[in-house]
Design a protein around this ligand. Structure first.
Ligand code: RIB
Ligand code: CA
Length: 341
């Protein structure tokens, strides 16, 4: 008999309360934090990952596409989501990458690691790509899941914008876009004012904001509050020596070293995992409605996201929800409980 005389009840999830399955398409410039987001998404029972599409950003889309398949291989995924290769160049700007943060291969330079016999520890994966390009797959799935498909772009918005240009009527059936990007009440990470995903293709970002599909933005304001330190990763992995644990260590090492020398902490942000968490566990987050615009031409401010988040100020009709708070430790606990379950 439990203290207080109440019988202990072993509660079971009341399936009636379980949220309906959310159909998502993850669009990504697979860098290190993107890989962590993919692992979290595929370990989230609330989500059906219908497809994963690649886009140039952290590194060129050829490498992103290889990184996507390498990540799925490291996870020993039994049933791959549909994977399609996306756009290599932004709408207007020349491509800028972030290989200095994510390694020259975009995945922490794991492709350079060798086994004792000199073979690659992470060999090139078997090609398992859809015949169609990412833009066409996005349009196709928006038609297969009308008013249900949620797009989760965690890189530059080039693929999403091109799908809207190519088939606007079909893309208006997208349920929501939950994206990692922007910086509002904090500095940027690629310039003083701009966050990388928006900076890399500001014209695509503005087009997506103008399009009219409900948007939730997860900006640096919250993603910079969630830091995965090397010490924490070691503690969470513990004695495990499975393929995924080894991959987590190997893929994060270079970016942790980057932050050690540039931001004086041995660790990495897990930016792209937060939009996944927002979908499965919204209780860890707080958002406000806002009217967001993107600077597309400023010499010093190109890629800056502008919005007045002060709730007491009248503002133009909101065009997005902006995430302004995260319970960082609760989210990190959730993240590890899922990816290492
Ligand atoms: O600014 C952070 C974003 O830029 C993340 O999506 C990271 O992967 C890079 O693409
Ligand atoms: Ca990314």
């Amino acid at each position: 008999m439990a203290k207080g005389g109440h019988l202990l009840r072993v509660s079971k999830p009341d399936t009636r309360k379980m949220k309906p399955m959310q159909h998502i398409l993850l669009d990504t410039d697979i860098g290190v934090d993107d890989a962590l987001a993919i692992i979290l998404a595929l370990n989230s029972p609330e989500l059906k990952v219908e497809a994963i599409t690649s886009v140039s950003g952290n590194v060129h889309v050829d490498l992103c596409t290889r990184n996507l398949l390498m990540t799925l291989e490291a996870m020993r995924v039994r049933e791959y989501p549909i994977c399609a290769k996306g756009e290599s160049q932004p709408l207007i700007k020349p491509l800028v990458t972030a290989a200095h943060v994510h390694g020259s291969d975009g995945l922490g330079d794991v492709t350079r690691l060798l086994t004792t016999d000199g073979s690659r520890l992470y060999p090139d994966p078997e090609p398992q790509l859809a015949a169609m390009a990412a833009v066409d797959l996005i349009i196709d799935l928006a038609g297969q899941y009308p008013d249900e498909l949620i797009l989760v772009p965690v890189g530059p918005l080039t693929n999403i914008a091109k799908a809207m240009i190519k088939h606007p009527a079909r893309m208006r059936r997208v349920r929501e876009i939950v994206l990692m990007g922007g910086a509002f009440e904090t500095y940027g990470n690629v310039t003083t004012t701009a966050e990388f995903n928006i900076f890399a293709d500001p014209h695509a970002a503005q087009l997506v904001l103008d399009f009219g599909v409900p948007i939730t933005m997860v900006p640096l304001d919250v993603t910079h509050q969630v830091i995965l330190t090397g010490k924490r990763l070691d503690a969470e992995i513990g004695e495990r020596d499975d393929r995924l644990s080894q991959f987590l260590r190997d893929a994060t090492r270079a970016t942790m070293e980057y932050h050690q020398s540039h931001e004086r902490f041995y660790g990495t942000y897990i930016h792209d995992a937060l939009p996944i968490g927002l979908l499965t566990s919204p209780e860890f987050f707080e958002t406000v409605e806002a009217f967001v615009q993107v600077e597309t031409s400023g010499d010093l401010t190109q890629g800056m996201t502008i919005a007045d988040l002060r709730s007491e100020r009248p503002r133009p009709k909101p065009n997005a929800r902006v995430c302004v708070r995260v319970h960082a430790e609760a989210f990190l606990r959730h993240f590890f409980d899922r990816i290492l379950r």
